[in-house]
Design a protein around this ligand. Sequence first.
Ligand code: 13P
Length: 285
Amino acid sequence: MTGPANPGGRRPPVGTASGGRNPTTPVASARYPATPASGGRRPILAANWKMHLLRAEAVAHCRALRRGLGSSSVRVVVFPSFPLLPAVAAELAESDVAVGAQDLHPEDKGAHTGDVSGAQVADAGCSWVLCGHSERRRDHGESDELVARKVAAAVRSKLCPLVCVGETREERAAGRTLEVLARQLAAVAPVLPERFVLAYEPVWAIGTGEVATAATAQEAHRFLRGRLGELLGAERAETLPILYGGSVTPDNAAGLFAESDVDGFLVGGASLDPEKFLGIITVCV
Ligand code: 13P
């Protein structure tokens, strides 16, 4: 599948390792026109810490991130595990870094031992939440239908859902990638709020060191944007950020970010090292 070189006219043609930017043009105006009417999509850099870090490490990480970020034009969100949320939220208060939870229960309250509600993570300082991460789908058998209920719960708690979709290695080998992406997206479509972000995370690239090629990522992102266009209108789809996740490092981020439909990253392993995460952010400013 191929798309136009400059879909939507949002950015100038890209395709070089430096992001195709004209070195004489200010970055912000070159790729991210400031007015929403122009469809400019601000880059988003999200750190999924998964089941890593203890409180002291997380606090030190936040301090390094704040020091390294300065005033940045990108949006940065960190997703710590539940017990770290209050400490991380306190550390990042009055900074430009937002905090998100890695999961939430589909119901707002009740007898659900071990689960956490949207209201609880919002109360702990979160403004974002991951929904449908492949590790939740794999480890906890989360179905498309359950992911949709979680997105709806996120909306009720005024959290911005970062909805993850992606095919397994077997599904890709069977030529079913786009079918899987379409199915996962269609499941959540009826409950998508005004403000949400999509992440394409091919399961075979997560934690494997086997990053998708820029062309592979772009094909999936373009396909997802096309589907969003059918579901929500083409004009709106051009404004919606789609992140790539799966073995992103400071070394491969530039090539991926050069693609016109890659609007940032959801980073796992490399986000645990503030220097590496800052290195990825640098690529996107
Ligand atoms: P890695 O960057 O470790 O491959 O993880 C990606 C991911 O799952 C982010 O949600």
